[in-house]
Write a protein that binds this ligand. Sequence first.
Ligand code: GLN
Length: 540
Amino acid sequence: MTKYIFVTGGVVSSLGKGISASSIGKLLQARGLHVTMLKCDPYINVDPGTMNPFQHGEVYVTEDGAETDLDLGHYERFLNKEMHQSNNFTAGKVYETVIARERKGDFLGTTVQVIPHITDEIKNRFRAVSKGADVAIIEIGGTVGDIESLPFLEAARQMGMELGKDNVLYLHVTLIPYIKASEELKTKPTQHSVGKLREIGINPDVLVCRAERPISPEMKAKLSMFCSVPKESVIEAPDVDSIYEVPLVFHKQGLDEQIIMLLRLRTQSKDLESWTEVVRKLKNPKHELVIALAGKYTDYKDAYKSVNEALIHGGIANDSRVKIRFLDTTDPDIDKQLAGVHGILVPGGFGDRGIEGKIRVAQLARENKIPYFGLCLGLQIAIIEFARNVLKLSGAHSTEFDPKTRYPVIDLLPEQKTVKEMGATMRLGTYDCQVKKGSLANAAYGATMISERHRHRYEVNNKFRKLIEDAGLKATGIHVPKNLVEIVELEDHPWFLAVQFHPEFKSRPEKPHPLFVDFISAAVDRARLMESPRGAHSHA
Ligand code: GLN
């Protein structure tokens, strides 16, 4: 029978609930348990696909093409395991299902209500995703006290009542703020937040306390008493250099032991060796590299979460610490921002802000032989740049940004031209790609057939393909059934590779993505070159 761990958040948002949940998942998985994870988002959007990353961070795409919350990225990275559509749902999706059933007549004669109809649907989804798992960790988005998350908390409460204490555990991630003026940590907000949970009928079993300063044993005793949580179950979550340290920090405090005891789980002895090795490598790099990231959301780093993490993973594989320099692509003087970089990455994106800056960055990478890695929009940018500056097709563009361009090198496929609804209608999820023998991609993957995740509408326009390839930008990866360009590589360049898919979603700390490993390796080579007396100091 599946045991459930419900993870709630208190006091403020952005406490790293997703990372706490993933870390617990990792620790239980390391004991040989089959763990699954679920994220509930209390907003009304049916999925985050139509939301601005400014509001909600990156949209994470799963193998089966679901557009999900970025916490699913943490789950996949920590557990080294695939998540699917069912591992994330929103209040909007729950209401959509219940309302569709009401229209069909499934509830004839009854008044459809939050309790029991909405909560029943939530519980059905909890159970469905947990099938076959020893432990399901269910993270409830938002902060306790929000109106929106109430039905989810109510469903979690009911599960506890139905399944009993040994089978359901409530873990509350909370903040212990540090007040500078009095130089002390304060427990009051946590007391209030736990009080709020109790009003709903949930008594937390474990408190995970985020605090900037160490929490003293006296403070733990106080939290334990006021919140009615055993002392051993008051766990500290201090700020750490890397999120990948969190499982080890929790393990040191015996959190996994506590959970195993409370849920009466039968487990094997722990095996955290490969994870510990990841953290050791992270903390002892041989090289330090600067990678320029030419995105749009420079002030909101969560918008590129998976890209950041994949770069870090590529660094781990190359004994390197990767520092990311976010470029302001709207700056007309963008050349200056590239001083001293060892590689350039243009990530995915939508909308035309900063596009010309990105094109300029691709040009500089090509001309100055700086390693270039283009992801999705980053491939489209490389093609536009090449068409304009090498093929001299002046004004070449993507029809996304210039619908009237004379040279639509990036364009919609006919089937996308008739799309009316914006939600979940892009080319989404996994597609196969045939990789050309002898290419950089072939060497990196060590394979000629690969599959990667997609999230885009536009494609390379095959009308221009021969022209582009003849001039030296080769298509080295093709989705054969539809003859779509998936990978391009530039000849006579140390490392210039761009992909129409999103490899960042498949990179994990214990299994870094081959293209990120290879890109970082090219950046290490460049760093060596720049350090050597005859090195390429000049531009960038
Ligand atoms: N805007 C581009 C498209 O829709 C690229 C999308 C992306 O980078 N994910 O094709």
